[in-house]
Design a protein around this ligand. Sequence first.
Ligand SMILES: [Cu+2]
Length: 609
Amino acid sequence: MRAAVSGCASVPGSAGTLRGAAIPKYTRPLLIPRVMPVAAGSGAGGAGLDHYEIAVRQIGQHVLPIELGLRPTTVWGYGSIHHPETFAYPSFTIEASWRRPVRVTWINDLKDPATGRFLPHLLPVDPTLHWANPAGGAQGRDRRPSFAGDSPPGPYRGPVPFVTHLHGTERVQQESDGYPEAWYLPAATDIPEGYAETGTFYDHYKRTSQLGHLWVPGAAVFEYPNDQRATTLWYHDHTLGITRLNVYAGPAGFYLLRGGPDDLPRDALPGPAPRPGDPPGARVYEIPLVIQDRSFNDDGSLFYPGSRGLSPPHDALYIPRGDVPPIWVPEFFGDVMVVNGQTWPYLEVEQRRYRFRILNGSGSRFLILKMENDLPFWQIGADGGFLPAPVERGTLLLAPAERADVIVDFSGVRAGTEIVLLNLGPDAPFPGGAGARADAATTGQVMQLRVVPATSTDASTPPHRLTLPPITRLGDEEVVRRLSLNDVSSGMQPDAGVLRTALLGTLAPPPGSRTPRPLCWDDPITENPSPGSTEVWEIYNFTVDAHPIHVHEVQFEIVDRQPFDGPPRPPDAGEEGFKDTVIALPSEITRIKMKFGRPGRFVWHCHIL
Ligand SMILES: [Cu+2]
């Protein structure tokens, strides 16, 4: 395991010129992602696996309401290369079956289809970070470039590096995990001379992967075994130092693994979910919801800040004269809520039960969801599949990348009722607890549910009577590791407290010390579990904000959380099952337990992008 630099820290406020408050709400029905078609010759009864050929492309989509009279917003989306109509934000859902591997040819198609020339990024790329750095060529790629002169460099405008990770997947081979240095550029006609077209580990893994002979320029082929518990996964970019921008631009989709001993019979839960070939408007009662904050410019384009926004004298800290990246904003909060690729949609719900698979797909924002009329969420699952038992919850706290599988019962709600799904989380880094809330007029609202009479009987089991698949607990740990989350200020004006970077690390010896030892991406690997071993990781959060910590390749148990100066407490409601992302609160130790399977090189990191 390798500690990744994460972008966790404090916030200069900034927003696009189209104010969130000026966008009309609840004028359009929710867009429900359809099912990604398999490649020709694959599919049911095929060669023992499902094969997809999925590219990421630049598209236009009405993320904003049509009545604003703006052109479609330019975004990126994944889609099936044989089905141009499937390119969308969010992307179509991959439906996977237990123990049936999925093989995906992932294509970086961020180029102009007419000319074959590369498309630059939609958003400002900070070239001063330790990042993929294609312009560095074979020697300088995957490193922090050095800059000379007095003024900070402008944004990188070259071809975009990209590599896809399936979040939450277990027992995948390292070559298929989307390692941050396994990126690749599009196979464009005008890649500048001297640029690296692939990351360091793309080259390495192309040689070692059993599928490496299928990796052609602009593409990689990954395979997922699907032998884990049935659950809600999602796929997104994972490129070194640019993930926040690649994900913000749009490409992300659900990956739903069904079947096996850890799933329920289909009729026990509200359904169906969208199916391949559904006609438009087909009735579905299992609906995935990806909630994200965004910000827009007056012309409808996506806004993302292009400057750290330091004012004098702190702007003297910018690289190259100082040590602070000039463009990268450590955490960004948009003033608009987007659900399934549309701002503030509504969903007509019948008087019956629905299953929602909710993903917080935001870069920095923690969500605290609540139904305006206090209708409860019956949470049945989380990141790693079903909980041991359904939990009735009034609010749902979701950090970036966390998922909640919930049932909401509208059968007792009067037809004609309109319910707003609220967000009580802050418009700022999450400190834990209940503090400042999001702006009630904008980001304090997520979507609207409009209750209408049922059109058929609901055969699903009421959630309080559901028996969920049993959970086999992990055994005793053989190893305990102590890890740290650290904010690091600029060394030039230490008293100014200007955040330079956020680093993961370990704790300095001896055991029992509370001295963090922050480490960088290119430091030697410190977490090196043996295959088959069970470990407990104690994550000491020395920063002032909560961080969602994600470990690749495993699903873990949350053991407990302990304030630095207090007794431990058990996991929260909804955390009794398996997780791949855990909220580590400031000034606390968060303990997670996991069993490592395959050998290989995998990352753990903060999911504040
Ligand atoms: Cu992720």
